[in-house]
Design a protein. Structure first.
Ligand code: NAD
Ligand code: UDP
Length: 336
């Protein structure tokens, strides 16, 4: 199978490229490198001993996309490319709407013009808004509280409309919970620009001495220890979810929606403890106010992906922390 991976130089994309190559698929990556570096793709090739094709292309450049589809016959597209910082999306919403939504429309137009109709889209648990209960199944109502979340929700709706208009489309919506960890080799991992927004990269930068202390955003939530609970999933397990989705769904049609999470929630304090154990470092933290827009608890019911895709997670919280620390301690400055 020949797969186009948009945003393939990024965190989840690079790990997915490894799994695709190791499963014998041919990979073409496009990325504008706005939040990544080409180095990640060199490392992907080192890890796998296989080569992939890379083109520095922005999804906003329609003409380049058409040229790419003219040159290749893809079996499917995995669409990771997008901006993902929630806070920034509140500050500059139009940039997010243009990049994520217009970028996706351009991609789908190019796909339609060249009769490529299977797309696997990186959606997010953020589309469940504030769930009324946990665990969350795919049938839960959706809503969004910030422009980033709305881009995910709108793109899901756009892709569903596409299927309604033409039943040959094959739309796979993968709703990720909280991806963390890194490849076992320590050669690729998460390399956020500036100060990380997410918990795990923040903790690992405190551990490595790059940041002084973690702010724990609130300890008065209705959870076991008062801190927020999330479903952290190892990025390699997540990447494998994409391989399984392709294996099961290429050649089919319809709209297929799956949660990709472990089904188990961990609190912020539990993550700190697990990371201290994995790294042997003390994580300094203090409790601060809640972060606006945060929810108390969020974890997945991933039975559908288990049943239909034959996918399950294999890596627990200790491995997530150990692999994050391995990458971070080998690369205190990321890919720089
Ligand atoms: P990332 O920023 O590491 O990767 C995204 C890649 O897309 C980057 O390499 C960036 O350079 C590229 N890109 C952005 N806009 C582009 C454009 N217009 N044209 C071409 N390339 C472009 O992010 P990630 O964590 O790997 O996330 C991948 C996808 O998964 C994103 O769509 C994100 O919204 C989604 N997602 C991520 C998380 C998470 O916590 N990391 C959770 C849920 C969903
Ligand atoms: N969190 C925190 N300090 C940080 C970053 C995150 O206490 O510096 C908490 C946050 O309130 C949430 C959990 O860690 O309860 C996971 O946050 P993250 O931003 O990684 O994921 P999301 O909230 O988007 O699921």
């Amino acid at each position: 199978m020949k797969i186009l991976v948009t945003g393939g130089a990024g965190y989840i994309g690079s790990h997915t490229c490894v799994q695709l190559l190791e499963n014998g698929m041919d990979v073409v990556v496009i990325d504008n490198l706005s939040n990544s570096s080409e180095e990640s793709l060199k490392r992907v090739q080192e890890i796998t001993g296989r080569s992939l094709e890379f083109h520095k292309i922005d999804l906003l450049e329609r003409a380049w996309l058409d040229a790419l589809f003219r040159d290749h016959q893809f079996d499917a597209v995995i669409h990771f490319a997008g901006l993902k910082a929630v806070g920034e999306s509140v500050q500059i919403p139009l940039k997010y709407y243009r990049n994520n939504i217009t970028g996706t429309i351009n991609l789908c137009e190019a796909m339609a013009n060249h009769d490529v109709k299977t797309i696997v889209f990186s959606s997010s648990a953020t589309v469940y808004g504030e769930p009324e209960q946990v665990p969350i199944t795919e049938e839960f109502p959706t809503s969004a509280y910030n422009p980033y979340g709305r881009t995910k929700l709108f793109i899901e709706e756009i892709l569903k409309d596409l299927y309604v208009s033409d039943k040959r489309w094959n739309i796979v919506l993968l709703r990720y919970f909280n991806p963390v960890g890194a490849h076992k080799s320590g050669k690729i991992g998460e390399d956020p620009k500036g100060i990380p927004n997410n918990l795990m990269p923040f903790i690992s930068q405190v551990a490595v001495g790059k940041l002084k202390e973690l702010s724990v955003f609130g300890n008065d939530y209705p959870t076991s220890d008062g801190t927020g609970v999330r479903d952290y999933i190892h990025v390699v397990d997540l990447a494998n979810g994409h391989v399984k989705a392709l294996e099961k769904l290429v050649g089919k049609t319809g709209v297929h929606t799956y949660n990709l999470g472990t089904g188990r929630g961990y609190s912020v304090l539990e993550i700190i403890k697990a990371f201290e154990k994995a790294s042997g470092r003390k994580i300094n933290y203090n409790i601060t106010d809640r972060r606006p827009g945060d929810i108390a608890e969020c974890y997945a019911d991933s039975d559908k992906a288990h049943r239909e895709l034959n996918w399950k997670t294999e890596r627990g919280i200790d491995e997530m922390c150990t692999d994050t620390w391995h990458w971070q301690s080998m690369h205190p400055k990321g890919y720089e």
